[in-house]
Design a protein around this ligand. Structure first.
Ligand code: F6P
Length: 551
């Protein structure tokens, strides 16, 4: 392993980091604050009103210097520039990953493999936003002449998680626009439960699929189509469906009117597609102006990532601190805790972004990766998580670095709730860092008047190891621009880590095998008389048992 590792270009920089860990590993984060009284002001970076505070990380100025050396050894800046110049950085699929062109307001050029795509992007965006406006204002109506009160996006993965997360996050910006719903799972309960209380005459469906072949989406779309045809007649289908895809020929076969088909391009990865026409449900929900503000937020983060020096560059800092956790300290997971109920789907969105991008075990050249890649990303909104898994964060045997996200201002007017939310967020990150020693625990119990034997019995349970690292994002308000900034910062953080690990962040071959096996199994599962011969024994046994259970 060591020998393999030594072959990598980043090996000396990582070895230096490892030696540095041994040097500073015994120092607690609270001591780092004592050493450097300005730490709370200096260990932070800024993008507009958004602050990235990493002062509660187990890192010193020397740590950062080592991490920047690592980034240089991995040619981070060269690789970043290749990304922004529209080179085919997705080597296996021979494509650029130029989602930044979708949110570019400079007037271009935005090059994709040498071709300026600015005009294409603007035309498609204008078409999509005009449609969104018409739906919102009731200029486009259903087959019976009624306004659309509900929009159902049918998609999965990147064609669902981004719009679903953002529509919920920005729900205060909906005004009197239609309600949006998201159906993704091939489990029929998802579609059935969503449609239960909707009037199909007032419902618009958007079939969102980059490939327009994804089993779940096509199955849900066909079922929704059948329901519309049954309730409103076959002719009504065209009035109740729109579609977003890169495969315009396949969309045509489904029966969507050409003027309701919105395209994008294969240089936009699924998990980076919210900024494209895949954002249609979001654009209908919040309206064109707010959608453009959201794009501008993404553009702010692009400029910041492309131009800021490493010391002030938030995605670089986020990515490198993640590498410090993963590769030097060996932390296997990373929690993200938005103190914002409307960001409830943010961890799920980030799971796809991070784990589908960097959950790889071969390098860009197809060699085995010799260091750990994507950690497990997980989380839930605070304060709910505090009453569920925070016990483990504070006293469990594994250290889990945390990202906290919080707005200064509430989205709703209730300041008292937000003060409590804010206090909880700060209290948790501080408690994770400071912990509580045995002496402190004993003193607290003694102050409560407990006997010596009770103190001895209880005190060990009341010890908090502390020294658990976290970063905090603080921003004025969760508005469209801020959300755009946050999402694009995380996108670039994932890219930074892919560069250090030398994996291709833009393909996802790992999702294929299960899909292939399912396409072979589905006919066997669906036909109770089909032979089970030749199936893997465990699979055959479970199908047989299911047949028995189904009678
Ligand atoms: O799960 C794999 C994946 O290809 C994702 O990358 C993608 O976001 C999702 O499926 C949906 O794909 P499509 O938009 O083509 O339906």
């Amino acid at each position: 392993m060591i020998a393999d590792f030594a072959r990598t270009a980043v090996a000396p920089a990582l070895a230096a980091l490892e030696a540095h860990r041994v040097e500073i590993g015994h120092r607690r984060i609270v001591e780092l604050f004592a050493d450097d009284p300005a730490r709370a002001q200096t260990f932070r970076a800024q993008l507009g009103d958004l602050t990235f505070d990493y002062s509660k990380q187990r890192a010193t100025g020397a740590t950062l210097a080592h991490l920047f050396n690592l980034a240089r050894a991995a040619h981070l800046e060269i690789r970043r520039d290749a990304l922004f110049s529209g080179e085919a950085v997705n080597l296996t699929e021979k494509r650029a990953a130029m989602h930044m062109a979708l949110r570019d307001f400079t007037g271009g050029p935005a090059l994709v493999e040498g071709r300026d795509v600015t005009a294409d992007v603007l035309v498609e965006r204008a078409k999509m936003l005009t449609f969104a406006k018409q739906v919102r204002e009731g200029a486009l109506r259903g087959s019976t002449g009624e306004r659309f009160t509900d929009v159902v996006n049918i998609g999965i993965g990147g064609s669902d998680l981004g719009p679903a997360m953002a529509a919920r996050a920005l729900s205060p910006y909906r005004g009197d626009g239609p309600r949006t719903h998201f159906v993704s799972n091939v489990d029929g309960a998802d579609l059935a439960d969503t449609l239960k209380n909707l009037d199909l005459a007032r419902t618009l469906f958007i079939v969102s699929s980059k490939t327009f072949t994804t089993q779940e989406t096509m199955t849900n779309a066909a079922s929704a189509r059948a329901r519309v045809a049954a309730r409103l007649g076959e002719k009504a289908v065209g009035d109740h469906f729109a579609a977003v895809s890169t495969k315009l020929d396949l969309v045509g076969q489904f029966g969507v009117k050409p003027e309701r088909v919105f395209g994008f391009w294969d240089w936009v990865g699924g998990r980076y597609s919210l900024w494209s026409s895949i954002g249609l449900a979001l654009a209908i929900s919040i309206g064109p102006k707010h959608f453009e503000d959201f794009l501008r937020g993404g553009a702010d983060a692009d400029k910041h990532f492309a131009q800021s020096p490493m010391e002030e560059n938030i995605p670089v800092l986020m990515g490198l601190l993640g590498v410090w956790h993963r590769n030097v300290w060996g932390h296997g997971s990373q929690a993200v805790i938005p103190y914002d109920q409307r960001l409830a789907r943010f961890p799920a969105w980030l799971q796809q972004l991070d784990m589908e991008s960097n959950g790889k075990c071969v390098t860009r050249e197809g060699e085995p990766v010799v260091m750990a890649t994507a950690p497990v990303i997980w989380g839930e909104p605070g304060t709910n998580g505090q009453h569920a898994f925070f016990q483990m964060l504070h006293q469990g045997t594994d250290v889990v670095p945390v990202d906290f996200l919080i707005a200064a201002q509430p989205s709703d007017a209730d300041a008292r709730h937000h003060d409590l939310l804010f206090a909880n967020c700060l209290a948790q990150s501080e408690a994770l860092m400071t912990g509580r020693t045995l002496n402190e625990a004993q003193a607290a119990l003694s102050a409560q008047g407990l006997s010596e034997s009770e103190i001895a019995r209880l005190a060990p349970h009341k010890v908090f190891p502390g020294d658990r690292p976290s970063s905090t994002f603080l921003y004025r308000k969760l508005d469209p621009r801020t959300l755009g900034r946050l999402l694009a910062l995380y996108e670039h953080k994932v890219f930074v880590q892919s560069v250090i690990w030398n994996v291709n962040a833009f393909d996802q071959w790992g999702v294929e095998l299960g899909k292939e096996m399912c396409s072979k199994l589905a006919p066997v599962v669906g036909d109770a008389s089909a032979s089970l011969d030749g199936l893997a024994p465990a699979t055959a046994a479970l199908i047989a048992q299911r047949r028995e259970l189904m009678g």
